[in-house]
Design a protein around this ligand. Structure first.
Ligand SMILES: C[S@@+](CC[C@H](N)C(=O)[O-])C[C@H]1O[C@@H](n2cnc3c(N)ncnc32)[C@H](O)[C@@H]1O
Length: 261
């Protein structure tokens, strides 16, 4: 199965890998797509605990991003106006996980999400439409959008490098890339960090914090494995700041803010 053309942007043709799209579409339509496989197999997952775990995870991610933006505002003042926050892999956005988009807009910033799955794109757009309807006039001019695209291709095209993009956010995303793709994407994120003041926010499971967890469909890349290609892309050292943990079932996810030293 091949690739599918999904859009033309700035003269570039965007393609998504149909296999990848179908795999994620099918996964996201399962009843508890992100629950640990071992817990599902042991019959320990139900609708109630799934809703609660994802709500708490989403609330953690949202407040983690919001804190970073508040600090940016303190340092950058009005210069941030019109800047964009990029989201990699929005998933089936729940209210808690993308609630930081409200803070983004209140600071006169835009949110652009990207996902390879049509199911995720549909959910994400619905979420943004609902947000738009509840907006006050002071934030209604902000531009939020979810695009159907594959992150690796956008990285190859240097799509995220223009100056208006001030932060890239990727929760539960990098762990689903093969090692080779992880290294390519992290290298690009390093290039993104060359411009002063930018940050990359990851919410990622570190192996040293999860010694007893078996990762069935994803990989808990270590900080060293993540930072090596990032430093290479930056051409200098990268710091992983503000490391905060969040429990999701039996898994520990860590919020990390990557910045150029
Ligand atoms: C595990 S979900 C995480 C969603 C959300 N960030 C969260 O934490 O709930 C990963 C998302 O990334 C998307 N995705 C996976 N690989 C991708 C790629 N190479 N390019 C774009 N999106 C991708 C999937 O479709 C899915 O929606």
């Amino acid at each position: 199965m091949g690739n599918m053309k999904v859009a033309m942007r700035h003269g570039l043709e965007l393609w998504v890998d149909l296999n990848l799209q179908r795999t994620w579409d099918a996964k996201l339509m399962q009843p508890w797509p992100f629950a640990p496989v071992a817990w599902v197999q042991a019959d320990l997952v139900d609708d109630d605990n799934y809703r609660r775990e994802n709500f708490l995870f989403g609330a953690f991610c949202s407040s983690y991003v919001t804190i970073h933006l508040q600090q940016l505002r303190l340092r950058g003042g009005k210069n941030l106006r019109g800047g964009t926050i990029i989201g990699f892999g929005v998933g089936v956005a729940n209210e808690a996980e993308l609630s930081f988009v409200t803070s983004v807009n209140q600071m006169n910033l835009n949110f652009l999400g990207y996902d390879v799955s049509e199911v995720a794109v549909r959910h994400g757009r619905e979420f943004l439409n609902n947000l738009q309807q509840g907006k006050t006039s002071s934030v209604s001019s902000q531009l939020n959008a979810i695009h159907h695209a594959e992150i690796e291709q956008l990285c190859r095209e240097d799509t995220f490098l223009p100056a208006e993009n001030i932060c890239i956010y990727a929760a539960r995303f990098i762990q689903f890339l093969s090692r080779e793709k992880m290294q390519q994407v992290m290298y690009h994120l390093g290039k993104f960090l060359r411009r002063t003041g930018r940050a990359v926010i990851l919410v990622h499971p570190l192996p040293e914090k999860n010694p007893k967890v078996t990762w069935t469909n994803s990989s808990a890349y270590s900080l060293k494995e993540l930072l090596e290609p990032t430093s290479e892309g930056l051409g200098g050292s990268v710091d992983a700041l503000r490391q905060l943990d969040c429990l999701y079932y039996n898994q520990i996810y860590t919020g990390l803010t990557l910045q150029a030293r």
